[in-house]
Design a protein around this ligand. Sequence first.
Ligand code: AQP
Length: 332
Amino acid sequence: SPRALSGIQPTAGSFHLGNYLGAIRQYVALQETHDAFYMVVDLHAITVPQDPAELRANTRLAAAQLLASGLDPERCTLFVQSHVPEHAQLGWIMNCLTGFGEASRMTQFKDKSAKQGADRATVGLFTYPILQVADILLYQANQVPVGEDQRQHIELTRDLAERFNARFGETFTVPAPHIVKETAKIFDLQDPTIKMSKSASTPKGLINLLDEPKMTAKKVKSAVTDTDTVIRFDAENKPGVSNLLTILSTLTGTTIPELEKSYEGKMYGALKTDLADVMVEFVTPFRARTQEYLDDPETLDSLLAKGAEKARAVAAETLAQTYDKVGFLPAK
Ligand code: AQP
């Protein structure tokens, strides 16, 4: 079956609703149809300063949340990026294949480094999309489930796969982004013109899945809408209401037109109350399941070790082929 691969950062502690709807839901769906590899990307996490103890705890926490979201270690390979050294090894080769100008065009680096002050951004942050290229190509992935903000990085991955294949002979599968249009960009609840994000959103605009459910309900109820009164999907003119409709539609499996119909003549308060209830129903068991995995770190760690072993088998084969194509002398 075709391969899928994706990764998620362990940095923020709790995943947020954008991570879940934009990416993790797709991870869960693709494990049914694909040979799927999902990883907690701790190598990417250290592109910005991390407290070592927190990083370790957050890595387990990320894995626990992925399992709580429905990833099943029997149906996918779940692992931690640093457990598979081939990522860094192929990353180096990809660095040497990327133009400096090409890397400089990555808009995410521009955004993130601008926030930190350009002088303080690390070289690691600059080259992180290239490590991501290696992440994907190591597994010969066909599909990469991500949110819209990652599209440019998948394009870079395709370019580098094609470049390597052209220069050294057919080696890598050229992957495609798997972006579900409706949920590719979940917006901040307080400023629905920007994406919900761990770094750019204010606490009130960001729904963390591990927040107290009461707090989640409160954030939904104080979401920014508009001065109009009609509950209608119109991303351009009514971004706040449209974002709430997208979230409700996805979590309940009700289409947007069905929702518009059921809210005819009703006020924004009704939509917010319903969404708050749905969110509470969603996060309450999610929190409990996450805690169950955290309460048994030995099982969690051994599950991740098994995942790493499965991942390494695939990654090592690709790396060996790549080393050979590049012209590295075999060790013996
Ligand atoms: N708002 C979003 N809507 C849809 N998808 C989103 N993703 C992130 N935000 C949204 C997707 O979540 C996946 C994992 O993201 P990540 O942990 O790798 O980190 P990120 O993109 O750095 O997450 P943030 O919150 O957006 O962090 P900052 O603020 O640092 O940029 C990815 O597939 C991403 O597309």
